[in-house]
Design a protein around this ligand. Sequence first.
Ligand SMILES: NC(=O)C1=CN([C@@H]2O[C@H](COP(=O)(O)OP(=O)(O)OC[C@H]3O[C@@H](n4cnc5c(N)ncnc54)[C@H](O)[C@@H]3O)[C@@H](O)[C@H]2O)C=CC1
Ligand SMILES: O=C(O)CCC(=O)C(=O)O
Length: 425
Amino acid sequence: MTEFTLPDMVRRIFEAEAIPADAQEMLSGPQRSLGVAVPLRRDDGALEVYPGWRVVFDTTLGPGKGGIRFHPGTDAGECAQLAFWMTIKCALMELPFGGAKGGIRVDPKALSPLEVERLARSYVRAVADVIGPDTDIPAPDVNTDARVMGWMADEFSQITRRHQPAAITGKPVCLGGSEGRTAATGQGALIALDAWLKRQDRRPEDTTIAVQGFGNAGAHFAGLAHDAGYRVVAVSDSKAAIHAAGGLDPWRLKTFKDEEKALSGAVYAGQSVKDRNGDEEIGQDALLALDVDVLALAAMQDAVTEDNAGEIRAGLVLEIANGPVTPEADRRLAEDGKVILPDVLANAGGVTVSHLEWVQSRTGDYWDADTVRERMTRRMEDAARRCYEQAEAADSTVREAAYTLAIRRIAEAISSRGDRSYFCS
Ligand SMILES: NC(=O)C1=CN([C@@H]2O[C@H](COP(=O)(O)OP(=O)(O)OC[C@H]3O[C@@H](n4cnc5c(N)ncnc54)[C@H](O)[C@@H]3O)[C@@H](O)[C@H]2O)C=CC1
Ligand SMILES: O=C(O)CCC(=O)C(=O)O
């Protein structure tokens, strides 16, 4: 099992910022880690029980907030790590939320759609006592989407015998979800990238991008980047990578992937040789080493490690996934002069629109797509500016800058709460 350990960088920030001992102690580990057994009745009648977790790292700034993933590699330590990153992300974005994350160790691709629905409902029954609009608010993450959130929100309403749309975000719009949540993570990443490049006087038209991970976050990022004039030259999923030096059409590939559930084969699907625009399948590791301006990592954690950091040729790494660069690789990339736009900023568009959804669900006042996009863009641009200015002022990496801003905010709130020798939720 992966154990949660506070990153060395955070300890350095504690020291440099003279963070009070109380705050250091409160942030040293998760506030609550709930392990649950999640029973599933399979279609053939057999009963299987999967391990699941919901971890709340810190609730100083508000209720826990963070996604739920269904993945064979998930465990308590991973959920704690992800909940810590959510704590930093929500503080950096100045949202009224703490950080949480949950998951089930399962391969959902081996389940039928009805089994996935029963599993999602079973998970909610297992964690129902600890989630809610004012305590801990789940959302989508790897292998979960609006449809899964709809089932979860329905199950929670049935258990509590109340309509409680604010208990879960990322729901379908018809169930009180927000316009724009599905594309929000990719869109937010593009805003963070645009803001960085503008400061360097660089233009989208002169910028090439490779995207590892063509799921919800990565595919929307690739499509929106393409629309904004960037040249997206490669994308990959867990089975295949596709490359075209002249530029891909990410929306075409997304349509293919939505229909076929895989990228593999997209190069040849219904296209004449002439229309293929040079598209070719390449090895997934080769994508990471492409000579591009921006490498966007939108799959899983630990994609770039000490072992392959030396092969990265992109000058800028955009962390759309959570934790895709290990701390050792982070150091190596910085030594090589690469810039990393860190996950806690680059993928914060998702939780930012989740916050807007929570506000809408609580008030019953629903906004159109333009209103949501404007509010999210303003918050993302503001956070990006604060991070980039702090990095410049302190001559630090953008990650250190983001963590510094977040930790200052949480520490101030911990102090302001006064003597608190207990955790409230
Ligand atoms: N969905 C959301 O709103 C948010 C997601 N994230 C993070 O973004 C990352 C991706 O999440 P989603 O897009 O939601 O998940 P998803 O399940 O929709 O997509 C993940 C994609 O990564 C691909 N993948 C897995 N291993 C790979 C590998 N070794 N090489 C290339 N591709 C690989 C999968 O095939 C899939 O296409 C995760 O780290 C997640 O925590 C972060 C913030 C919000
Ligand atoms: O939308 C949310 O509440 C959280 C999304 C998430 O899990 C993340 O940002 O990693």
